[in-house]
Design a binder for this molecule. Structure first.
Ligand SMILES: [Zn+2]
Length: 461
């Protein structure tokens, strides 16, 4: 995966005297998904399992007439902070020739092949934004597109690949009542359904987490389908899907070829890093509660927006007036793109509940954040390893610590107005820690943070 930085045109830049704006394409690279040898092995395994399950009476009777009607196999996990989590990188390649001779069901080229003669046999649904982060936090689930019986599953394979390789994937294979089979590949290691081979799954049932096991360039689902005669199926109906199985769409509601989406609008404490290297979690810097004096980074994550489409970004003040209003046109069609605004502290004349909004293609998404209103943990949560014992005693902040021993944290102390008074690195030992503090008597806000940890406390002196 590589990220290309584009800057917006001059026109947009002029309106953005204060806001450094940038963004561009996020390119999800294609990999073979499954080598011919691996595919042959899978087929053999499926045939063995089919015979075994038939003997055990665990497969539904074949009903050759009714092919399944799929629902969408990727879903946002509950609580994940996005609007949508996916985009499509590749459809099935219907052009049997190669290399670079491509035709998807819609007569386009949103697919790929290889010089070795592999024509992409499935649909690649990649997670966007923050694919590795989503994988690490189980934010995008693979769910059964149709009910059936687990014909096979594989687990235990490394899941942070980002290039061609010959390693095996984690996958679930579901046989439907008509004898057709859907393959769900590249799942996160140890996320695969705990159900056994031979057990039934319902439509929409959890199968695993989108991952990057096997021949994969990044977290995505490879969804591949075979009919009851073991012939490859493209579930999409379209002018260039001439296979016999395409007399009707295999989707309940076939999605459009392009699916314009606002995947997310979010605020961050700095510039995010979308590519930290192979298999390495992105730097997300999510932040929704800003102290006075802080810069806000607002990000838009889009997919499949047409070239030239206007994208409108606004900041809405706590009194509901429009504080900032910028429209730019999509420079190009991208399956995934990001756009960001850095908004300096001087801009935030009102403290309170702000909104960032994006409108494109008739869709609007709103993100809420606060500025200049510190959210203070009055009562301490049970999970927190840090407990502040107020008040400050003998000019020493009292911290009870039950986390990892000798962990380094960043300590920041703010006035109640949000002015930074002191910032330093601290090391916390288990038990009572005392940290010198020489501020005047009064109330303060104390922030303690480390990687993936941030908590704010009230400090009484
Ligand atoms: Zn694929």
């Amino acid at each position: 995966m590589k990220t290309k930085i584009l800057t917006l045109g001059l026109c947009a830049a002029l309106h953005l005297a204060w806001a450094q704006t940038g963004g561009g394409e996020f390119k999800f690279q294609s990999a073979e998904c499954l080598s011919p040898e691996a595919r042959a092995q899978v087929q053999k395994m499926l045939e063995n399992n089919r015979q075994q399950l038939q003997k055990e009476g665990k497969l539904m009777a074949k009903n050759g007439l009714v092919t399944p009607l799929f629902s969408w196999p990727v879903k946002k996990s509950s609580g994940a902070p996005y609007n949508e989590v996916w985009s499509i990188s590749n459809y099935v390649d219907h052009n049997p020739n190669f290399p670079n001779l491509l035709q998807d069901y819609n007569c386009g080229t949103r697919t790929y092949d290889t010089s070795a003669g592999y024509n992409h046999a499935g649909i690649d649904i990649f997670t966007w934004p923050f694919g590795w982060y989503q994988m690490d936090y189980n934010q995008s689930e693979v769910i059964a597109a149709a009910p059936g019986v687990i014909l096979a599953k594989s687990n235990g394979n490394y899941d942070r690949n980002c290039a061609f390789n010959s390693s095996n994937w984690n996958a679930v294979y579901i046989q439907h009542s008509d004898g057709s089979v859907a393959w769900y590949g590249h799942l996160k290691n140890n996320s695969v359904t705990t159900k056994s081979v031979g057990q039934s799954v319902a439509e929409g049932e959890y199968l695993g987490i989108v991952g990057s096991s096997g021949n994969s360039t990044g977290p995505h689902l490879h969804f591949e389908v075979y009919n009851s005669n073991n012939q490859l199926v493209d579930p999409y109906q379209g002018a260039c899907n001439t296979w016999a199985s395409a007399t009707q769409s295999w989707w309940q509601n076939q999605k459009n070829y392009n699916n314009p989406k606002i995947n997310s609008i979010s605020t961050h404490s700095g510039e995010v890093i979308l590519n930290n290297g192979c298999g390495v979690q992105e730097t997300t810097l999510f932040k929704n509660a800003f102290n006075a004096g802080e810069t806000v980074y607002a990000y838009l994550f889009l997919s499949d927006i047409a070239a030239g489409a206007p994208v409108n970004f606004q900041l809405i003040r706590p009194d509901n007036s429009v504080g900032y209003n910028n429209t730019f046109n999509m420079p190009q069609f991208y399956t995934a793109s990001y756009w960001y605004y850095s908004v300096p502290a001087s801009y935030f004349g009102q403290s309170g509940a702000w909104k960032a909004t994006v409108t494109v293609n008739g869709m609007t998404q709103i993100h809420n954040f606060t500025y200049g209103v510190l959210s203070v943990a009055e009562g301490q949560t049970n999970e927190s390893p840090i407990k502040v014992v107020n008040p400050v005693k003998n000019q020493q902040i009292q911290i009870e610590y039950q986390g990892k021993a000798n962990q380094e944290y960043t300590l920041e102390i703010y006035s109640m107005e949000g002015r930074l008074i002191n910032k330093r690195k601290i090391i916390l030992r288990k038990g009572l820690n005392q940290l010198p503090f020489h501020g005047a008597r009064g109330q303060y806000i104390m922030k303690i943070s480390a990687e993936h940890f941030e908590e704010t406390f009230k400090l009484l002196h």
